[in-house]
Design a protein around this ligand. Structure first.
Ligand code: S3P
Length: 430
């Protein structure tokens, strides 16, 4: 599908909500599926990447009811070996989390996915799980999917993660739940901690001391639970960025998850001089939440690296768009992980923003962007990546002339209402 974005958007205004947090929804579904009883989730994400998790869990014998717009019931049960291959589609989170959850289970399953997913690194999960005693076999002795995971007896390990990755950390924690003995994990930089928070919420012993995470195995099935899932800050990033960049705009996004391991973009925007207001609500089931208002602002370039990058790992493409309109240079470093996402995001955002006239330079682990530069509408590609598609839509709204975005339907992976919401606040999208 081609999306036509009219340039020079008129002021954007309104109060909106965004889909439930993708990371929390994945974790809640999976832990609900492992629990002994029925779990009630409110406000979770409904989108392509989540459908992948649903389908896999259903194939494992878990019944899931989407009772209305808002609510999902997950009837946790003893898993059974599926008759079919588990298709994780394009969802790295689904594949990596299931590797961890299946490794210590009593079932065997084969995990597969899209061509793109099969190219993404799974050895980073397989390697620590094998140290725990997991049986995982990929294509021709590699760790490339299809991956056959045969549930087995695991032992806790002490693991020093080479890269900061919440997906890897979560896979190890899920395996550790059924391992013999304690599991200890150290990360080079703290990644998002939704798994730790949710496991604690369920009464699992997960502690952190001097940078080492420690998990005790469970002796009984996880309890079923109720959870309200806040809006996804990674989705909110796009309308908020649009409001900062389109003259005369002011947008409020209600009930957004404000977990400090996820708020790197908000901090970066503030350092750039953004007028942003945060009204924190009471914490919702262990996750801080709040309402965010962004107002059109004059911005300046900044440097972003290390820990900051990890706390905004999915927001770098939209930061690059923001930086094209900021005064001076923006430097992003330590972001090599972006080459291993749904697309090579450093390459993709550079190639597409350059076509629109941006001054952007790609480095092995980052970007340099010089601003402000006027953008010009042209034909651009999402590279089949939802975050690039949404970032380029915002870029198109700033450009002179029309931007035509190809494979725009990929936004359905994480934000099916993206175009509807942008139209609602005043964008012209065809
Ligand atoms: C996620 C962690 C991040 C992020 C992904 C979701 C999660 O991946 O990019 O969209 O839910 O744990 P990495 O852990 O691989 O950095």
């Amino acid at each position: 599908m081609e999306l036509k974005v009219a340039g020079r958007a008129k002021s954007l205004r309104g109060t909106i909500q965004v889909p439930g947090d993708k990371s929390v929804t994945h974790r809640a579904l999976l832990l609900g599926a492992m629990a002994g009883g029925s779990t009630r989730l409110r406000g979770g994400m409904r989108a392509g990447v989540i459908d992948a998790m649903y389908d896999c869990l259903e194939a494992l014998g878990v019944e899931i009811e989407r009772s209305d717009e808002e609510e999902t019931l997950v009837h946790g049960t003893q898993w059974r070996s599926p008759k079919r291959t588990l298709d994780c589609r394009n969802s790295g989170t689904t594949m990596r989390f299931l590797m961890g959850a299946l490794a210590g289970s009593s079932v065997s399953a084969t995990l597969t996915g899209s061509h793109g997913l099969s190219q993404r690194p799974m050895d980073r999960v397989a390697e620590p799980l094998r140290r725990m005693g997991a049986k995982i076999a990929g294509v021709n002795g590699s760790d490339q999917p299809p991956l056959q995971v045969t549930g087995s007896r695991l032992r806790g390990i002490e693991y020093e993660m080479p890269v900061a990755s919440a997906q890897v950390k979560t896979a190890i924690l899920l395996a550790g739940l059924h391992a013999e003995g304690r599991t200890l994990i150290r990360e080079p930089v703290a990644s998002r901690d939704h798994s730790e928070r949710l496991l604690r919420h369920l009464g699992v012993s997960v502690t952190k001391s001097n940078g080492t995470l420690s998990l005790e195995p469970i002796q009984a099935p996880l309890p079923p639970f109720e959870l309200s899932i806040p809006g996804d800050i990674s989705a909110a990033a796009f309308p908020l960025a649009a409001a900062l960049l389109v003259p005369g705009s002011e947008i409020t996004v209600l009930n957004v998850g404000l977990n400090p391991t996820r708020t790197g973009l908000l901090e970066a925007m503030q350092r750039m001089g953004a007028q942003m207001e945060t009204r924190t609500n009471s914490a919702s089931d262990g996750e801080p939440t709040g309402d965010l208002t962004a107002t059109f602002s004059s911005l300046r370039g900044i440097e972003v690296q290390g820990e900051q990058v990890v706390s905004m790992i999915d927001e770098i493409p939209i930061l690059a768009v923001i930086a094209t309109q900021a005064h001076g240079e923006t430097q992003i470093r330590g972001a090599g992980e972006l080459r291993l996402k749904e697309s090579d995001r450093l390459f993709g955002i550079t190639a597409e923003l350059r076509k629109m006239g941006a001054q952007i330079e790609e480095h092995p682990d980052g970007l340099t962007i010089e601003g402000p530069t006027p953008l010009t509408g042209t034909q651009v590609s999402s590279h089949g990546d939802h975050r690039l598609a949404m970032a380029l839509t915002v870029a198109g709204m700033l450009a002179s002339g029309e931007t035509i975005l190809s494979t725009a339907e990929v936004v359905h992976e994480s934000y099916p209402g993206f175009m509807r919401t942008l139209r609602l606040i005043g964008a012209e999208l065809l």
